[in-house]
Design a protein around this ligand. Sequence first.
Ligand SMILES: [Zn+2]
Ligand SMILES: [Zn+2]
Length: 256
Amino acid sequence: MSEEEKKPLITELAKSSRSSCRGCRNKINKGDLRAGIPFKFTIESGKEVFSYGYYHIHCVPKSHQDEVLHLLEKNDLVTKNEVFEIRKNIIQSASDTPKLDEAPFLEVSKSSRSSCRLCESKLLKDEYRVAEPSKIELSDGRVISGHKYYHLNCFLDSQKNSKEIFSSIIQESLRRNILTPETIENIKSSFYSTFKEEDSASLVLRIIGETPISIEIIKQKAKEMNVNFNIVEKVLKQRLEKGEIFEPQLNHFQKL
Ligand SMILES: [Zn+2]
Ligand SMILES: [Zn+2]
């Protein structure tokens, strides 16, 4: 893909429930209207590639709202009336959506009452959880300040740059004096092996880069680089699910 071939913004119905919204960080359910905003990132070789970040249609950042609405008017995913409703809601929510400028941090669950926003299972007492300062809408429509909670693993899995996010969560916990440096060393070392495995798998995929992709090529490369193919496959799958691999690779992969 050349640099000029910029990916277009897309609106579509989510094909699975596996993507998370980059705005509110909640799951995007299968069949939900979502917008994919292309963004550019630089891979290790210094090459710039495009990928998509997904948003609930109501969570699209202000900077892209016009473009998304314009697109919805052109395609037939929703009726003109629905576009009108969406426009109205977006404008309204933009005025009362609080800025989520407070960084998430890691803490120990004080009880077993909270649930993970991503996998929806209980966060057990004494388990580490990620707390994200958020405005939370109550069932009666009132909005209060609170925290959204996540399993550390679930939270990191939902992030593109889990390693950087991990260290920023840790930094924030230190800054807030929530965890001691000793505890943090323990957490870090338990995550280190996971990161290491994924690193080597990512490296295989990066080296393959933009050449037409086939399972055979990946297998061969993994073997050459002495990386377990199962791990590469796992990382590949995760990326496809998160929509982090751009279309040509995805389609080709599916044809195999
Ligand atoms: Zn959202
Ligand atoms: Zn979870």
